[in-house]
Design a protein around this ligand. Structure first.
Ligand SMILES: *[C@@H]1O[C@H](CO)[C@@H](O)[C@H](O)[C@H]1NC(C)=O
Ligand SMILES: *[C@@H]1O[C@H](CO)[C@@H](O)[C@H](O)[C@H]1NC(C)=O
Ligand SMILES: *[C@@H]1O[C@H](CO)[C@@H](O)[C@H](O)[C@H]1NC(C)=O
Length: 351
């Protein structure tokens, strides 16, 4: 008998990918292979320790297959996966980029696989659509409270809200992407423990999310103030947050015809209680010394907005500051060639 379960490859098993894997296996309609990097040894040996508001406490839990590398399905002679989910951060300016990472797992001559990008930001699908024109690409926008305080230890404190839809591409009949997105919503919703919905207007969802992610995210990261303190700080809201958000609202309309509600700026600023002093993910990443995800969250909306003639002076400065900060992180990791003064006063470059 053919295996009725869908085969799903999840690349990235941190706080978000691990809960996705758990939820899919819990639904019973999917067999999950997960690709791990920094927590591979721990999870391979001991499994995950998960404390989940939706799934309870699990000791030594593992998805069906745990791997250290993305499978090269040609070399390993594996059947193409039904779904490949990319649940890593998206940092195109640091190698390997998303496309290089995923490519070995994507079939060349089969229409079986659907790619789901479980990531924020704009234009994340573009490299895949160009290089794999026959693979439908889905958008997954997840709102979830989940952390990994130490490798393999997941604290899932706030239930997930996931919106899935298909990116529109010129090569594939839109009905195919829509069908795959709806099928995925079924697989993911089967556990009955998560709020997953099919959302046809991917661009609307993404621009709406950017009102927060292109503004508060970099502003908190750059200033070192959490999303509560920035609201208390002199000039924080009026001088930084609101101007940035209004530029995104204008760009959404000009670039994608996305009309966001009049009140979205106020609503987004006040979405979380001030007293929860939340740190957006870009601020958390910076505090941990990690690279930041700023190209698709800030750079792409800025470039698109400017192309459409929208003035974006605040976003421009946030973007350039984020770029310089990313360079600093590369420098801290010894990834930049810094010219040094040599003894005779001339400049040389050390590697
Ligand atoms: C996968 O393996 C095949 C066969 O060894 C090789 O030709 C190909 O370049 C690999 N693909 C990727 C994307 O690394
Ligand atoms: C996939 O390819 C097969 C064989 O070529 C074809 O019968 C089928 O309709 C295709 N499915 C989609 C969704 O394009
Ligand atoms: C995006 O915004 C949400 C709030 O809507 C925030 O919780 C999250 O940290 C941000 N995501 C990224 C990738 O910065």
């Amino acid at each position: 008998m053919a295996n009725p379960k869908k085969s799903i490859l999840i690349i990235g098993g941190g706080a978000v990918g691990a809960i996705a894997a758990l939820n899919l296996e819990a639904g019973g309609l999917a067999t999950v292979t997960i690709v791990l990097r920094s927590n591979y040894n721990v999870v391979k040996e001991h499994g995950y320790h998960i404390e989940s508001c939706d799934h309870g406490v699990l000791e030594a839990w593992r998805p069906s297959v745990v791997r250290k590398t993305v499978p090269n399905i040609t070399e390993e002679e594996l059947q193409p996966y039904d779904y490949v989910i990319l649940a890593t951060k998206n940092i195109p300016d640091i190698s390997p980029n998303a496309l290089d990472l995923v490519t070995p797992a994507l079939p060349k001559n089969s229409n079986r696989t659907t790619l789901l990008l479980y990531q924020n930001g704009l234009n994340i699908e573009k490299p895949f659509v160009t290089s794999h024109p026959n693979i439908p690409v889905l958008s997954g926008i997840s709102m979830i409270g989940s952390d990994e305080p130490s490798p393999g230890h997941i604290i899932h404190g706030e239930g997930e809200k996931l919106k899935v839809g298909a990116f529109k591409t010129s090569n594939i009949n839109p009905a195919v992407g829509e069908r795959r997105a709806q099928e995925f919503v079924e697989l993911y919703g089967k556990s009955g423990k998560t709020d997953v919905t099919y959302s046809p207007d991917v661009l609307y969802d993404r621009w709406k999310k950017l009102v927060y992610n292109a503004s508060l995210n970099p502003i908190c990261a750059i200033t070192g103030l959490d999303s509560g303190r920035i609201r208390l700080a002199d000039g924080g809201v009026e001088g930084l947050v609101k101007p940035a958000m209004k530029e995104i609202v204008a760009a959404a309309k000009a670039c994608a015809g996305v009309e966001l509600d009049e009140g979205i700026v106020e609503w987004t600023i006040n979405a979380d209680p001030l007293e929860s002093y939340l740190k957006p993910s870009m601020q958390q990443d910076l505090e941990k010394g990690n690279f930041i995800e700023f190209e698709n969250l800030v750079g792409e909306p800025l470039r698109e907005g400017k192309n459409a003639g929208v003035p974006m002076p605040t976003l421009e400065v946030l973007y350039q500051l984020a770029r310089a900060i990313q360079w600093r992180v590369r420098d801290e990791r010894g990834l930049v060639d810094i010219p040094k003064k040599s003894a005779d006063g001339s400049e040389t470059t050390i590697g």
